[in-house]
Ligand binder design. Structure first.
Ligand code: ZN
Length: 88
């Protein structure tokens, strides 16, 4: 006993297309929000990295400034005094 091929009505076909679209949108949104959470976590982990610059404090005027980590002495941009880096 073989059943005759069932013809799906038009409304059922449209519904299944909509279900596909809905599933696609849900998957897309889930992937997008996952990506946003991932990038946010990455950003939070890497953004507050302490700067590698050296900190200088001027002996003459007290001005605090930073310079490249490879210099031992740096000139104060306020008064021109050469200062040693602050060591922690
Ligand atoms: Zn100074």
């Amino acid at each position: 006993m073989s059943q005759p091929p069932k013809v799906t009505p038009e409304s059922d076909r449209i519904m299944s297309v909509w279900n596909l679209v809905l599933a696609y949108v849900v998957v897309l949104l889930a992937g997008l929000s996952g990506l946003i959470i991932y990038t946010e976590l990455r950003r939070r982990r890497f953004e507050p990295t302490p700067s590698e610059d050296r900190i200088f404090r001027c002996h003459r005027c007290g001005y605090v400034y930073t310079d490249d980590p490879d210099v031992d002495r740096s000139r104060c941009s306020q008064c021109g005094q050469m200062n040693k880096a602050i060591e922690f």
